[in-house]
Design a binder for this molecule. Structure first.
Ligand SMILES: [Zn+2]
Length: 304
């Protein structure tokens, strides 16, 4: 994620690897938190190691603490970038430790409670096993469009949001608006449509990976034709956008790794007007905060 061209601490080129693992400030946090730096150089290997650690109940606490440490490093870095008060490293370490402890205690007391939250009541039986997943950057030459629809409590207003990212995970654009159609599938479809229209018109995209967290909508969009989705005009519109000049692949993603699009949808539901942020420098602070959680996935909330 090349959010800012330069790290404000080290004055060298910024990247996700730099911000979380290699920056002087980050290294100091990992050292204080007593994580061996040899295993913590790159996001890719970090995620692999995290996946392994999360797989066994003995090492799971380490995985959870490492996730929160990365996240707190990210929040501290965003604070620096946005000119806010930057917490000292020992505070960053302590916040991560407390959050990890909270999560571990909650899952220890009643692992199935959290599982029920995300999976529904029937699939939460048996010993909890952590499933590790993460938002993945698109393959080279692809743009990834994450979309989400959100309906506010009471159902009077909704929001649709999309986030476009490139192969290096950097955010190219994000946007959304309040839809006329206040139904969940309607808002989801409108979000997919808005994201695809943007990458086609503004970016002349050729290869697009369209990713959402609604099983129903992804099902409609991935059927060539012949299903309930055929009768929805937006489904037809979206399918016709993926034709000659633009190839669209559709994929389902867990809600926890669709956090950026979800943030945009919820945010625009509360603010009228059209919203479009182009380039990472334009993104709101709170959206920056969410981006890393997309990348890390959310290892503590989903059990199988
Ligand atoms: Zn740095």
């Amino acid at each position: 994620m090349g959010i800012h061209p330069q790290c404000l601490v080290c004055q060298i080129e910024e990247s996700l690897d730099h911000a979380i693992f290699q920056c002087y400030r980050a290294v100091e946090v990992w050292r204080r938190a007593k994580f061996p730096m040899e295993i913590l150089c790159h996001a890719a290997s970090f995620l692999q190691i995290l996946g392994r650690l999360a797989g066994s109940s003995q090492s799971r606490p380490v995985a959870v603490r490492a996730t929160y440490t990365a996240y707190q490093i990210w929040l501290a870095r965003n604070a620096l970038m946005f000119g806010e008060t930057v917490p000292p490293q020992r505070v960053v370490v302590e916040r991560a430790r407390l959050l990890a402890m909270e999560v571990l205690q909650a899952t220890h007391l009643d692992g199935s409670l959290i599982a029920r939250d995300t999976w529904g009541s029937t699939s939460a039986r048996g010993a909890p096993r952590m499933v590790f997943f993460t938002w993945e950057p698109p393959p080279p030459s692809f743009l990834k469009v994450n979309f989400d629809g959100s309906i506010l409590q009471g159902g009077e207003r909704g929001g649709v949001g999309f986030v476009v990212r490139g192969p290096n995970s950097s955010v190219i654009a994000a946007g959304g608006f309040q839809p006329f159609d206040i139904s969940v599938p309607g808002a989801e479809l409108r979000a997919a449509w808005a994201g695809l229209r943007y990458v086609r018109r503004a970016l002349q995209a050729r290869d697009v990976l369209l990713e959402g967290d609604s099983v129903i909508v992804i099902g409609w969009l991935s059927q060539a034709s012949g299903g309930v989705g055929d009768y929805h005009p937006l489904v037809r519109d979206i399918r016709s956008m993926g034709c000659d000049e633009m190839v669209v692949q559709v994929r389902y993603m867990f809600r926890e790794a669709n956090g950026a699009a979800d943030w945009v949808a919820s945010s625009v539901a509360n603010h009228s007007g059209d919203h479009l942020w182009v380039g990472e420098a334009e993104l709101p602070r709170a959206l920056h905060d969410v981006l890393l959680f997309d990348f890390l996935g959310c290892i503590h909330t989903r059990y199988a």
